[in-house]
Ligand binder design. Structure first.
Ligand code: NDP
Ligand code: MG
Ligand code: MG
Length: 334
């Protein structure tokens, strides 16, 4: 066991959970020269996968016992149980517990004792991108935060870890658990997932109900979204304006604010309040604990929408949209 004052590179990191974030973090840290072991449940698929990637793999409790820093990267709703059963009884005082999202600490689902550093390194992208950008010599920007500092080294441990996964190449932004958690939830609810999909589906319905062909409506309201998002992603509003027609620009500027108006913004503020007061977290944790019936029913209804049926048919005619299909076609041709 190493002293908490030694640099993170000379300490042992246990990554618990080898999914989207876990695998990317572990591979990047190892390639950056850090000492990484994996904690995975012995009967789950991740155990063998991590072993096949060449890691020392043990169960989460053993991994926590041997670590100076534990990165808890199981799904958020699985973290409280893993914390209680595997980490709390085994993690030595002075060690660090790291999260990639502040939900459980911020909303009190995990209440760590005052003997560990509690830190956050949240990459602003999915695990596959964290790995791909690292391999390409870049990095996905990361948010970094400290909830609890017992070693006096909490921030530098978080920064070292962020360097190790390549995040510092993209630039670190220092934040708090509260800010990371509340903005992450707001973004996915109001804009990225909730907002965008409702806009797409309501637009599709409007065209189809007016008698236009579903295939044409799909292209206009769903498929072409990527072109616009890519422009926004690469160069903001300025780049989008450069590349769309003047007619599209005039329509955007005069009609957009009538679709998303002051009432929409007022409801966004309500959604944000529900996040900040913990109302959303209580609802979601309650739903998860009572068996996810409502969640599954809503998801099923979402996937039964006609836009999904027409989309599936049209996407089958565009094999370039599916990387696995593309790879198979290339292999067949060879
Ligand atoms: P995943 O859903 O990909 O995690 C799956 C992994 O967790 C698998 O290795 C699985 O093991 C393991 N696991 C699940 N339940 C348990 C359990 N009870 N005990 C032990 N291992 C378990 O998670 P993500 O990578 O999506 O998320 C991890 C964290 O990263 C979360 O806090 C999330 O909010 C955050 N985050 C995620 C982002 C993303 O894009 N996905 C982006 C930024 C942050 P097995 O194979 O045995 O089932
Ligand atoms: Mg999120
Ligand atoms: Mg606009």
């Amino acid at each position: 066991m190493t002293s908490q004052n030694t640099p993170l590179k000379q300490q042992r990191i246990a990554v618990i959970g080898y999914g989207s974030q876990g695998r990317a973090h572990a591979l990047n840290l190892r390639d950056s020269g850090f000492n990484v072991i994996i904690g995975a449940r012995p009967n789950g698929p991740s155990f063998q996968k991590a072993r096949a990637d060449g890691f020392t793999v043990t169960d989460p409790a053993n991994a926590a016992a041997e670590a100076d820093l534990v990165a808890l990267l199981t799904p958020d709703m699985q973290q409280p149980q893993v914390f209680e059963e595997a980490i709390k009884p085994n993690l030595r005082p002075g060690a660090a517990l790291l999260f990639a999202h502040g939900f459980n600490v911020h909303f009190g689902q995990i209440k760590p004792e005052a003997v560990w550093d509690i830190i956050l390194v949240a990459p602003k992208g999915p695990g596959a991108l964290v790995r791909r950008e690292y391999e390409a010599g870049h990095g996905v920007p990361c948010l970094v935060a400290v909830h609890q500092d017992v070693s006096g080294q909490a921030l530098s441990r978080a920064q070292d870890y962020a360097h190790g996964i390549g995040g510092a190449r993209g630039g670190l932004i220092t934040t708090s658990f509260a800010e990371e958690t509340e903005t992450d939830l707001f973004g996915e609810q109001a804009v990225l997932c909730g907002g965008v999909t409702e806009l797409v589906v309501r637009g599709f319905e409007t065209l189809v109900e007016a008698g236009y062909q579903p295939e044409v409506a799909y292209f206009e309201c769903m498929h072409e979204l990527k072109l616009i998002v890519d422009l926004l992603h690469e160069g903001g509003m300025a780049k989008m304006h450069q590349f769309i027609s003047e007619t599209a620009q005039y329509g955007d500027l005069t009609r957009g604010p009538r679709i998303v108006d002051a009432d929409t913004k007022a409801r966004m503020k309500t959604i944000l309040e529900e996040i900040k007061t913990g109302q959303f977290a209580r609802e979601w944790v309650g739903e998860y604990k009572s068996g996810n019936q409502q969640y599954q029913a809503l998801k099923e209804a979402d996937l039964k929408h006609p836009i999904e049926q027409v989309g599936e048919k049209l996407r089958a005619r565009m094999p370039w949209l599916n990387p696995a299909q593309r790879a198979k076609a290339a292999a067949d041709a060879a």
